[in-house]
Write a protein that binds this ligand. Structure first.
Ligand SMILES: [Zn+2]
Length: 289
């Protein structure tokens, strides 16, 4: 379906028909929001690292930077991605779109853009870890410690005494640990999907890469859920578009910010307070006195 207006209407219908919305958010969404890991951010805030270690992608820093520079790199990364992520109008609009729904966000990129925009932290699952925490580099235990402030030394593992590294699933090995805060959220994600399927689930797949190396693969989840005819999906991906047409899918290769804005404008948001018919009846009584 090439016609944008028709696709938008189909997405609006999906929103109106579903109370349960699972958001799968990939790295592209963070990029759209200003976390330009291979652009402005790399050559701005991290320019000294990019120059010294010839980085072409910020995440190469985790494996390419020499040891004495790593504490500074970790603390800066934690600040930009976790403590002070950019203010994203797109994420705020997404929150306005979803705040009256039963939603759950399963995030493949380790940033706090959703929480900053107002999303309930209890309903956001960071599948790729969290950059302000550190874990044992050997994965001997699931103890997590905070990334130290700039200038402070890195902690050592309280169990084996070995090195620690950021709690991020970015190293391509099997050392990423899954502490209770991870497994609890994974169970929450599964329970949400299960409940949503019984009642009708809408999946909002936002810029999830087909070959996403972070955490669980959103594309695999999407494809599995798509086999269930109780599930509907809106896929927005300007980086890796797909053009499949089927009854329970509508896909966009337009910018996520534009599509989210237009959905928000098209969907009436529930108002707080008494429903309109109740107010009308009350006014009628007043007039009758
Ligand atoms: Zn250890």
């Amino acid at each position: 379906m090439k016609d944008y207006t028709k696709r938008l209407q189909k997405a609006i219908d999906f929103f109106n028909q579903h109370k349960y919305v699972l958001v799968l958010a990939g790295a592209g969404l963070a990029y759209d929001a200003g976390l330009h890991a291979y652009g402005d951010l790399l050559y701005g805030e991290f320019a000294d690292f990019a120059d010294k270690f010839l980085l072409t992608d910020l995440n190469e820093g985790f494996t390419s930077i020499d040891k004495q520079c790593l504490p500074d790199f970790y603390s800066r990364y934690a600040r930009v991605f976790h403590h002070s992520p950019p203010k994203s109008e797109m994420h705020e609009q997404l929150f306005n779109l979803l705040k009256h729904k039963k939603y759950f966000v399963t995030q493949l990129n380790p940033d706090y853009l959703f929480e900053r925009a107002g999303f309930d932290p209890n309903r956001v699952f960071h599948t790729a870890g969290e950059p302000h925490l550190m874990q044992c580099a050997q994965g001997c235990c699931d103890t997590l410690l905070p990334v130290p402030n700039r200038g402070e030394p890195l902690p050592v593992c309280p169990w084996c005494g070995g090195e620690m590294r950021p709690y991020l699933d970015i190293y391509g090995d099997d050392k990423f640990v899954t502490p209770p805060m991870f497994t609890d959220k994974l169970a929450h994600h599964a329970a949400f999907v299960h409940k949503g399927r019984e009642r009708g689930l809408l999946v909002l797949d936002l810029e999830c890469g087909i070959h996403d190396h972070f955490g669980v693969n959103g594309s695999i989840i999407s494809r599995n859920l798509m086999r269930d005819n109780r599930v509907r999906m809106i896929r927005i991906n300007s980086f890796e578009p797909i053009y499949a047409e089927c009854e329970n899918l509508v896909s966009f290769d337009e910018s996520a910010a534009d599509v989210i804005t237009e959905l928000l404008l098209a969907l009436p948001q529930p108002r707080r307070g008494r429903p309109p018919h109740y107010i009308a009846a009350g006014r009628g009584l007043t007039r009758g006195r």
